[in-house]
Design a protein around this ligand. Structure first.
Ligand SMILES: *[C@@H]1O[C@H](CO)[C@@H](O)[C@H](O)[C@H]1NC(C)=O
Ligand SMILES: *[C@@H]1O[C@H](CO)[C@@H](O)[C@H](O)[C@H]1NC(C)=O
Ligand SMILES: *[C@@H]1O[C@H](CO)[C@@H](O)[C@H](O)[C@H]1NC(C)=O
Ligand SMILES: *[C@@H]1O[C@H](CO)[C@@H](O)[C@H](O)[C@H]1NC(C)=O
Ligand SMILES: *[C@@H]1O[C@H](CO)[C@@H](O)[C@H](O)[C@H]1NC(C)=O
Ligand SMILES: *[C@@H]1O[C@H](CO)[C@@H](O)[C@H](O)[C@H]1NC(C)=O
Ligand SMILES: *[C@@H]1O[C@H](CO)[C@@H](O)[C@H](O)[C@H]1NC(C)=O
Ligand SMILES: *[C@@H]1O[C@H](CO)[C@@H](O)[C@H](O)[C@H]1NC(C)=O
Ligand SMILES: *[C@@H]1O[C@H](CO)[C@@H](O)[C@H](O)[C@H]1NC(C)=O
Length: 505
């Protein structure tokens, strides 16, 4: 585990490394509540949890911190769609953040929204359900039913129109359009969460709350009270930081291959991201205190998680997600609640697709067969210590958008690339051929990642993470053909899997 110490230093110093697990107890029988805090673009590898000390105390110390939590696709809309439904993007047809890629599209609303984890809890177990914050990037758009559209299955609906914003945004309050000026969104979400809980205390049915703050997504605007924090904190210059990308796929290798010498903008972004997370930390604290006041914290599963990670300077790329590397695909995952031991670092791998089935399982509902993910309830409650999951699957469809390509950049790419801006030194952040599938192998002591790109070179990247956790050395050319065939087969199976066939891989 020594390799992970770099980015886990702060956590390991905080937690007891409890491999002989402290068993939690499930005393009285009850239907648990759920609070799911879903942050945006929050990395694990760049140490973002240092901004969430109260959360580490209130949730981490009372439960588990997952060392190997991944997303199945490092992009907001497809990833959120997966978290909500327990299905891989290829089974949802949600490919990107556009309506044409099924982000909050009519198709999604008709076929998948009614089967979200919230809707199932409501229909099958009479949960009271609450959603507040960023939902799916196209939510509220005129072509997706506007803010009048309230996804099925929610009693309280506080949906943010569009993508992450911190000030001056539009909410859908139970389907009513509400423009809001000058109120910091994360704080307002905390207020709505408490309003819900206050109303809830008079009733006795269990509840499910999902709260999705804009942090730490661009435009990285902290609340006034935190603008001056983390001044002494600098960029995380881990071994992949500004590492010259030879043997990597096209978009990473496109010029400029290295960052300029003055990267103060990267430090600035890093600090601003941390500052935005301080407000999330406050939100978590306020909800936890309220749950304790209501005397229901002990019967509430509390989850903190993100829709994807983030890179800042890794492999010479400015800042974004969308790449198959660890910074973009690992996310924080903390879970506390009834039956979960305390202060545990958990090493078995889980991914976004497993969240919905696990929540249903914890609520005593058998996850529907059509879900692609698997419940890790048994592992969570320490009924089984062995690693149960062998592989983590990822898939991504690269985007192209001519309008996001700066005209003055020294090259003229067409609609095949996206997000090439002057302040990112004209390095494009995405391209249509940045389309890939990956599998990370966690069998026994193996930590091996195999990614295949749908570009003109059919490029392959493979990393032996057990000796190269920062993915510096692509070992594809040195793999024997039997191993290559094995991972190719596995990827083909994952790409096509659905429901039961995913769960048996
Ligand atoms: C959405 O997904 C479905 C099923 O994969 C597909 O048929 C449809 O073309 C996609 N796009 C839209 C905009 O609905
Ligand atoms: C469902 O929950 C509501 C409170 O949210 C309660 O009034 C109602 O009686 C419950 N229904 C059933 C069938 O338990
Ligand atoms: C939203 O609707 C629910 C259920 O009808 C109601 O209890 C709640 O007060 C409404 N919330 C707001 C903020 O209006
Ligand atoms: C929000 O709107 C107000 C009033 O129009 C404006 O003064 C303020 O600068 C805006 N804030 C942001 C972050 O855009
Ligand atoms: C949240 O509620 C508190 C207490 O009612 C109030 O002082 C504060 O202004 C509210 N914050 C926002 C962002 O609405
Ligand atoms: C580095 O760039 C920033 C703007 O991004 C500028 O304010 C600063 O003066 C520059 N530092 C040096 C040493 O050139
Ligand atoms: C999103 O996906 C759809 C369907 O594959 C595609 O037509 C569209 O061009 C994609 N959007 C972008 C910005 O790449
Ligand atoms: C990827 O797409 C870009 C933009 O269209 C193109 O210039 C480049 O040659 C492509 N590379 C590969 C390996 O397909
Ligand atoms: C990864 O590295 C370990 C340790 O050197 C080695 O035992 C293993 O065979 C390597 N795996 C592959 C697939 O190369």
């Amino acid at each position: 585990m020594a390799q992970f110490v770099f980015f886990l230093k702060f956590i390991i110093s905080k937690f007891f490394l409890c491999l002989l697990v402290a068993k939690g107890t499930l005393g009285e029988r009850f239907t648990p509540n759920f609070v799911y805090i879903l942050t945006d673009d929050q990395d694990l590898m760049l140490n973002s949890p240092i901004a969430m000390k109260k959360s580490l105390n209130l949730i981490g110390d009372k439960g588990k911190f997952f060392v190997h939590a991944f997303v199945n696709t490092p992009l907001c809309c497809p990833s959120r769609s997966t978290i909500l439904t327990g299905k891989y993007p290829h089974n949802l047809g949600v490919f990107n953040n556009s309506l044409s890629g099924n982000c909050s599209s009519e198709y999604w609303q008709k076929h998948y929204e009614p089967h979200s984890v919230a809707a199932i809890l409501k229909n099958r177990a009479n949960y009271t359900t609450f959603y507040a914050g960023k939902y799916l990037n196209q939510y509220g758009s005129r072509f997706a039913g506007g803010t009048a559209h309230v996804p099925k299955g929610y009693d309280w609906w506080i949906g943010l129109k569009g993508n992450s914003k911190y000030y001056n945004y539009t909410l859908s309050i139970n389907g009513t359009n509400l423009p809001v000026k000058n109120l910091y969104l994360t704080d307002l979400l905390a207020n709505y969460s408490l309003a819900f809980l206050n109303q809830k205390s008079r009733e006795d049915s269990p509840f499910f709350m999902m709260v999705a703050p804009p942090a730490s997504h661009a435009p990285f605007i902290p609340p006034k009270r935190y603008e001056h924090r983390f001044q002494g904190v600098d960029l995380v210059m881990n071994p992949s930081f500004n590492h010259t990308p030879h043997n990597k796929h096209w978009i990473v290798k496109m010029p400029p291959k290295r960052l300029p010498t003055n990267v103060s903008i990267l430090s600035h972004i890093h600090r601003r991201r941390l500052q935005t997370l301080l407000a999330v930390d406050d939100l978590v604290e306020r909800i936890v205190l309220q749950l304790k006041r209501m005397k229901v914290f002990h019967k509430t599963y509390f989850i903190i998680n993100s829709d994807n990670g983030f890179h800042i300077g890794q492999f010479g790329q400015p800042w974004d997600k969308r790449q198959p590397y660890e910074a973009d695909t690992r996310v924080p995952l903390l879970i506390s609640g009834p039956g979960i031991g305390k202060k545990i670092l958990e090493f078995y791998p889980v991914s976004s697709v497993d969240m919905a089935p696990t929540i249903l399982d914890l609520a005593g509902i058998k996850p529907p067969h059509h879900m692609d993910g698997r419940s890790f309830k048994k592992q969570l409650l320490n009924k089984r210590n062995k690693i149960g999951f062998k592989f983590v699957f990822m898939e991504y469809w690269g985007e192209g958008n001519e309008r996001s390509v700066e005209r003055t950049c020294p090259w003229t790419y067409d609609d095949n690339v996206a997000d090439c801006s002057l302040n990112q030194w004209c390095k494009c952040q995405d391209s249509r051929n940045n389309t890939y599938t990956c599998v990370t192998d966690f069998r026994d002591e193996i930590r091996f990642k195999f990614c295949k790109f749908a570009d003109s070179e059919r490029f392959v990247e493979a990393y032996n993470l057990s000796i190269d956790p920062y993915e510096l050395k692509n070992v594809y050319s040195r793999m024997n053909s039997k191993l290559v065939r094995y991972y190719n087969n596995l990827l083909n199976k994952f790409k096509k899997c659905s429901g039961r066939t995913c769960k048996t891989l």
